[in-house]
Design a protein around this ligand. Structure first.
Ligand code: AHR
Length: 508
């Protein structure tokens, strides 16, 4: 795409092209005991904004504004060496432990009870992960008993004694984390993991048959075991789990056009996972449908210094780790990844942006100081706030772009949601061209008469602009004056490297 006049992408939006519901769980995030996500992130008792439980209320407010639904906890790689019992009971008696995953020390000031309290204050649903690295089914069952049984058993009475009268009623449970990865403590092959996950799930279902259980899928599409891992794990667990996890991170290696292919790559990863799930379903002649929990996704500049863990004799508490500072281009990618998750709402039933605070996160904090929004905060918050009702599949005819190793993907990535009760349709669109503006030309007659309520675009002359604690507001989503709706057509100019949201009122 390289014309001086904007090329056009033709789109048809029709209310009968439905994919499935907008799921609130698409807007999940992740809090891991990693770097400063917990300590000086969500929890900092000495902070001026801290509440009676030591939680930073400035972070709680930003979490609510971000519109997060579910929060996965406590890891991540961390969970594969975690003893949950260390984090409950009187704080002064809790042991400090080595966290091997991140070469840090965990003081265990925050554990499942504190996290449950924080979740209630933030208004989010907890998604709990159990350790299937160094531990097994028994410890997972103990944790489930501690969390969800109201009382009358050893662990549930212990929770009551620790101050929580009723069980937490946690519905979603991850059976370990990234067990396909050789970096994982207690890494297993697919059959070893599949059997352990099945045993654990079987026991958990004896306690509560209605839990929603997530088996570990692949930690990246580039894993040499991807596909075969899903086949073997699901062969062992198909009837016992509801979801299989997917993890995927994207890095900007300096080729912006290639970086903007992230949504296209996620789309093809999802299609492949669906094929692997449905293969097992078909072989088993099962009526049950397993779906995807995309429980780690984001831009992560993994090869940069920010991700270097401490080493040697240095085992710090809450070190600065994975504190990537995001650009406007990264935010456009995040917006596109959310569009991709929504577009696949028929099979992606849950997702978690990794992570929430400080660690590859939309929210940053200074210890003892300010909390501020990264660029990636904006598309997430706006999509979470305005996507509602039903997801519509758009018919798209778009110019193609190519970058680096990724050839011929559409410049336009878009999805629409339709909230019939509210009488509102919302179009989310990304122009993935690194160089050229794109005209969006949408046939919207199927929606009846429409009026533009709001049209905002996030872009900047310098796509590498980054927010900082001192200036997190000089580049914000701004009104897009080019957007028009008239005579069954919606038109908009989408600048290169941009994310846009157009809200339409359906006139009756
Ligand atoms: O989110 C950071 C890390 O990425 C998680 O701990 C792990 O699960 C993944 O590799």
């Amino acid at each position: 795409m390289s014309t001086s006049e904007s090329a056009a992408a033709k789109v048809t939006i029709d209310p009968s092209f439905t994919v499935g519901p907008v799921r609130r769980r698409t807007f999940g995030a992740f809090v891991e005991h990693l770097g400063r996500c917990v300590y000086t992130g969500i929890f900092e008792p000495e902070h001026t904004t801290a509440d009676e439980d030591g939680f930073r209320t400035d972070v709680l407010e930003l979490t609510r504004e971000l519109g997060v639904s579910t929060v996965r906890y406590p890891g991540g790689n961390f969970v594969s060496g975690y003893r949950w019992e260390d984090g409950v009971g009187p704080v002064e008696q809790r042991p400090a432990r080595l966290d091997l995953a991140w070469h840090s020390t965990d003081p265990n000031l925050v554990g499942v009870d504190e996290f449950a309290k924080w979740s209630a204050k933030a208004g989010v649903e907890t998604m709990m992960a159990v350790n299937l690295g160094t531990r097994g089914a028994q410890e997972a069952l103990d944790l489930l008993e501690y969390c969800n049984i109201d009382g009358g058993t050893a662990f549930s009475d212990q929770r009551k004694a620790n101050g929580a009268e009723s069980g937490y009623g946690i519905r979603m449970w991850c059976l370990g984390n990234e067990m396909d990865g050789p970096w994982q403590i207690g890494h297993k092959n697919a059959l070893e993991y599949g059997r352990l996950a099945a045993d654990t799930a079987r026991g958990m279902r004896m306690i509560d048959p209605d839990l929603e259980l997530v088996a570990c899928g692949s930690s990246a599409p580039t894993m040499p075991t991807f596909g075969e891992w899903e086949r073997v794990v699901l062969t062992e667990t198909y009837d016992l789990v509801d979801l299989v996890s997917a993890h995927q991170y994207f890095e900007d290696f300096g080729d912006l056009q290639e970086h903007l292919a992230a949504g296209h790559k996620m789309d093809s990863f999802i299609r492949d996972i669906v094929a692997h799930i449905d293969h097992v379903k078909s072989v088993k002649k099962s009526k049950k449908q397993v779906n995807i929990s995309f429980d780690e996704w984001n831009v992560w500049h993994m090869s940069r210094g920010e991700s270097k863990a401490p080493s040697g004799q240095d085992w710090p508490v809450a070190p600065v780790l994975l504190e990537d500072i995001y650009t406007v281009a990264d935010a456009v990618v995040v917006g596109d990844l959310l569009i991709t998750l929504l577009r696949n709402t028929d099979r992606v039933h849950s997702a978690s942006l990794a992570q929430l605070v400080n660690v590859i996160a939309p929210i940053m904090t200074e210890p003892g100081g300010r909390a501020w929004k990264q660029t990636t905060f904006h598309p997430f918050a706006l999509t979470s706030r305005h996507a509602a009702g039903t997801v519509l599949q758009l018919a798209v005819e778009s110019p193609l772009v190519s970058g680096g190793k990724t050839a011929d993907f559409t410049a336009l990535s878009a999805v629409a949601t339709l909230d019939a009760d509210k009488g509102e349709a919302v179009v989310f669109a990304v122009n993935r061209s690194a160089t050229d503006a794109l005209m969006l030309d949408a046939a919207v007659a199927g929606l009846g008469n429409v009026k533009v309520i709001e049209a905002v675009t996030y872009a900047n002359k310098d796509p590498y602009w980054q927010a900082t604690a001192d200036d997190s507001t000089s580049v914000l989503p701004a009104q897009n004056g080019s957007v028009k709706a008239d005579g069954g057509r919606l038109t908009a100019e989408l600048p290169a490297v941009s994310w846009s949201m157009i809200r339409l009122a359906l006139e009756s």
